[in-house]
Design a protein around this ligand. Structure first.
Ligand code: ACO
Length: 284
């Protein structure tokens, strides 16, 4: 049975994206909805693992995939602190399912007016934006190909671990598209405008070693070593004070937009709350 999540106070939603409008309870996608999106979801206490599970299509993603991801984000149980994204089979993800362009799986809204096209893409982007929520730390475990929307899914996560056989490719411009699944901002923040341009406009594949040099991945592990690496990283993340982790992620995510003075003020605000909580804990 899919879990139904309702917040502690008056049924307020608890997922990192704040749940459904109007404060109605939200629920995780059921098995059929996950299967339609080519996803598997495993909840194990503080760790949720989302697996792209269409290996016969190299985990190509459909609109149903992105809608199911968004639904997971809306309904994630509040005890979840770490969300892992990974892929079954030989590749993390081959990006958008190319049948989308030929009318398969509901088809792309070619010829839509601006407002309709905008709303359509905004809904798909929701599948990625919740991964930035301060309440969770998100980890992409990448092996094999991470292409287009697959690369962008990894970019939407806080930490990327790559197996030595991983390859990252922003394929969209080669197909006449732009990367539009929230990837351009983290890409530029990590590698800078010029390197981002070079990567996107050549649509070349970056291997794991180069990805590490560019800061696109935080850890590189031997092929087949992702399970052990995830176990170690997850244990490290969960060993840190939960509230401090949330406050620190909030602070770090705000840093690029803030002036030094604004960021110093934000540090003070967060720390005053931390100090009060620690003092209360010491007093028992
Ligand atoms: N959409 C739909 N089907 C796909 C996709 C995809 N993106 N990627 C792979 N498949 C299918 C293949 O058609 C093939 O199907 P078949 O068994 O019926 O022939 C099957 O998955 C296996 O693919 P292979 O190409 O045989 O696997 P291989 O490991 O040799 O290559 C690779 C993997 C490199 C990922 C290759 O399949 C590929 O280049 N795929 C297309 C990538 C792409 O252009 N994605 C879009 C990016 S843009 C965006 O995401 C917005």
């Amino acid at each position: 049975e899919p879990a139904t999540t309702a917040g502690p106070a008056g049924g307020a939603p608890t997922g990192p994206t704040g749940g459904a409008p109007g404060g109605t309870a939200v629920r995780l996608p059921d098995e059929a909805e996950l299967a339609e999106g080519g996803l598997r979801l495993e909840l194990d206490g503080a760790v949720a693992t989302v697996t792209l599970a269409r290996p016969e299509r190299r985990n190509a993603m459909t609109f149903a995939t992105w809608r199911a991801l968004a639904a997971i984000g809306r309904a994630l149980p509040p005890e979840v602190r770490v969300v892992v994204l990974r892929g079954d089979g030989p590749s993390f993800s081959a990006g958008i399912d190319l049948s989308m362009f030929s009318g398969g799986e509901g088809g792309f809204p070619f010829g839509a007016d601006d407002a309709t096209g905008d709303a359509f893409i905004a809904e798909l982007q929701e599948g990625y934006t919740w991964l930035r929520a301060p309440e969770i730390v998100t980890v992409a475990a990448v092996h094999g190909h991470a292409i287009g929307g697959g690369f962008q899914l990894a970019l939407a996560c806080d930490i990327r671990i790559a197996a030595e056989d991983a390859g990252f490719c922003m394929k969209e411009p080669a197909l006449g598209l732009v990367p539009d699944l929230t990837g351009t901002k983290p890409l530029v923040e990590i590698v800078g405008v010029n390197r981002a341009l070079e990567l996107c406009l050549t649509a070349r594949t970056v291997d794991a070693a180069e990805a590490a040099r560019l800061g696109l991945v935080e850890r590189v592990v031997p092929s087949g070593g992702l399970d052990a690496a995830l176990e170690e990283l997850t244990a490290q993340l969960l060993a840190v004070n939960a509230e401090a982790a949330v406050a620190t992620k909030r602070l770090l995510l705000a840093a690029p937009e803030n002036t030094l003075a604004e960021q110093c003020a934000a540090e003070r605000r967060e720390q005053v709350v931390r100090l009060r909580a620690l003092a209360a804990a010491f007093r028992g």
